[in-house]
Design a protein. Structure first.
Length: 303
């Protein structure tokens, strides 16, 4: 059986509960992400989404289980994994441009100063930042501009895996929509692999190839992998007209509202504990068939 580009195998995370025992946040979480895929993960607060993100980034160690990327075990931070946090995490004493060149120099130490700067400016321009604004420090930028810098910095380093931890959660709706579009444009041009945490169902449908759904904690797990059967490129004003949009959306709402609680603490029916694959396609002329290995159970939802 071919291994995924990013393979998460039986990941378990426990913390002291303050009473001499342990709290199991999630248990035996297993899933894979293919190279170039954009995957979002949804789940209620406390199910361990950010903890999984920190483990993938190499910022935390799991209690048990293993993460492999491109065949190698993930251990500690790496320039091969870029992270964009909700709180921007920019270096406050550097300008927007120098925040980006700082990482590029580390990634490409043999590049000349002019090549590093040109490369950084290119990615800042991709997110709508150019001219004098690139010389401003983070304190002189709006929240939306700071997040644009964070995204440009992450993509400019050409990581094999880009990790996004609710990157638009603190932004107003208009800015959020604009940066979502910019993110999609950059991603479609670079074909980098993206794993993103979000609480926004509509955002996940717009951006993702697949959406992973987690049950409630403690003892949470990744229960479903929902394919987004809406072709790309996607336009936020037109996507809602696609026959599959509300069918997918209703399934996600129903899972988060009801099934995430019902499945909490229950073991997976799959031998390897991988999530059940769900394919929702109102345009299908025949029942969808399960993908080849890895063979998670396929549940077609066409009514």
């Amino acid at each position: 059986m071919a291994k995924s580009f990013l393979s998460i195998e039986r990941l378990t995370q426990q913390f002291p509960d303050g009473q001499g025992g342990t709290l199991t946040v999630f248990e035996n979480a297993s899933f894979g992400i293919e190279k170039g895929e954009f995957v979002c993960i949804l789940g209620h607060s406390g199910c361990g989404k950010s903890t999984i993100m920190n483990i993938l980034a190499g910022l935390a160690e799991p209690t048990s289980g293993v993460v492999k990327m491109d065949g190698f075990e993930v251990s500690g931070p790496s320039l091969d994994r870029g992270v964009v946090f909700q709180n921007y995490s920019l270096l406050p004493w550097l300008s927007a441009l120098k925040n980006v060149t700082f990482g590029v120099r580390a990634r490409y130490p043999d590049w000349s100063k002019s090549k590093v700067e040109d490369h950084a400016r290119e990615y800042l321009a991709m997110v709508g930042l150019d001219g004098d604004v690139v010389h401003r420090k983070p304190s002189q930028l709006s929240g939306g501009m700071r997040q644009r810098v964070s995204i440009a910095r992450a993509f400019a380093n050409h990581p094999k895996l880009l990790l996004l931890d609710e990157p638009f959660g603190a932004l107003d709706a208009l800015t959020r929509g604009t940066i979502q579009d910019e993110l999609l444009k950059i991603w479609s041009g670079t074909e980098q692999t993206v794993f993103m945490i979000t609480h926004d169902i509509d955002e996940a449908i717009l951006l993702a190839d697949r959406i992973l759904l987690m049950t409630n904690g403690p003892f949470a797990r990744v229960a479903e992998s929902v394919e987004i059967t809406i072709p790309r490129p996607r336009n936020r004003t037109e996507i809602i007209e696609h026959p599959n949009y509300y069918a997918i959306r209703n399934h996600l709402v129903q899972f988060l509202g009801t099934r995430s609680k019902e499945l909490a603490g229950k073991k997976s029916d799959e031998a390897d504990n991988r999530p059940e694959t769900v394919r929702i396609d109102k345009t299908a002329t025949a029942p969808a068939e399960a993908d080849p290995e890895p063979a998670a159970r396929l549940r077609a939802v066409n009514d």
